[in-house]
Design a protein around this ligand. Structure first.
Ligand SMILES: C[S@@+](CC[C@H](N)C(=O)[O-])C[C@H]1O[C@@H](n2cnc3c(N)ncnc32)[C@H](O)[C@@H]1O
Length: 192
């Protein structure tokens, strides 16, 4: 199994992607064409830039993408990067002053692990709920929200919340996501 997982890291290196995470987005996007359909994309937790590279390659020329992270990220063609915390006033201001509604909100965010599972699970749930609430405020009427979450005691509750807020909800575990990792992706399509 380790060999298969290492293959994604090697492939990323050979193909010039900054992280193996790029393939997770490529694989999820293959089924749903999320990036190609969007005119404005908000990407949360973008560093080091693997997803941003995929967005930059696949988006329409005129499509804008705002990428956010608390860590620095080297420039990627046609991606507007903001080094800010999602929970900051700067982010609130940015999201409240968009000139149009985003069609796609993506989050590959997770918290730095404390090692205490319950604490980490709650902090990740808080990040997930922040994304869901953000989508309720600003997502376009045919838009989509894709977030990283974890297969744990919170997933059922989170999925139910997604189902209350989106017409279609899909749980994705792309082949590039380590089978040993509890991470899964929740996709909400078309807000209710
Ligand atoms: C798994 S990495 C993202 C990898 C990225 N998708 C890629 O392909 O390169 C998760 C990122 O979420 C960011 N993050 C976590 N909490 C955040 C917060 N509150 N505000 C902004 N970024 C955050 C981390 O700094 C980290 O860079």
């Amino acid at each position: 199994m380790k060999d298969i997982q290492d293959t994604w890291a090697k492939k990323a290196k050979n193909e010039g992607y900054r992280s193996r995470a790029s393939y997770k987005l490529i694989q999820i996007n293959q089924t749903h064409n999320l990036i190609e359909q969007a005119d404005l994309i908000i990407e949360l937790g973008s560093a080091p830039g693997g997803w941003s590279q995929v967005i930059s390659n696949k988006k329409k020329t005129h499509t804008k993408c705002l990428a956010i992270d608390i860590l620095s990220m080297e420039k990627i063609n046609s991606i507007d990067f903001y080094k800010i915390d999602l929970y900051s006033d700067e982010f609130a201001e940015l999201s409240e002053n968009l000139t149009k509604k985003p069609d796609l909100i993506l989050s590959d965010m997770s918290v730095n692990l404390s090692g205490i599972k319950l604490v980490d699970d709650e902090a990740n749930l808080e990040l997930n709920l922040f994304c869901l609430n953000l989508s309720k405020k600003i997502l376009n009427k045919n838009g989509a929200l894709l977030i990283k979450t974890f297969s744990n005691q919170n997933l059922k509750k989170l999925k139910k919340l997604f189902e209350e807020n989106f017409k279609k909800v899909v749980v994705e575990k792309p082949p590039a996501s380590k089978t040993s990792s509890a991470e899964v992706y929740l996709l909400g399509l078309v807000p209710k």
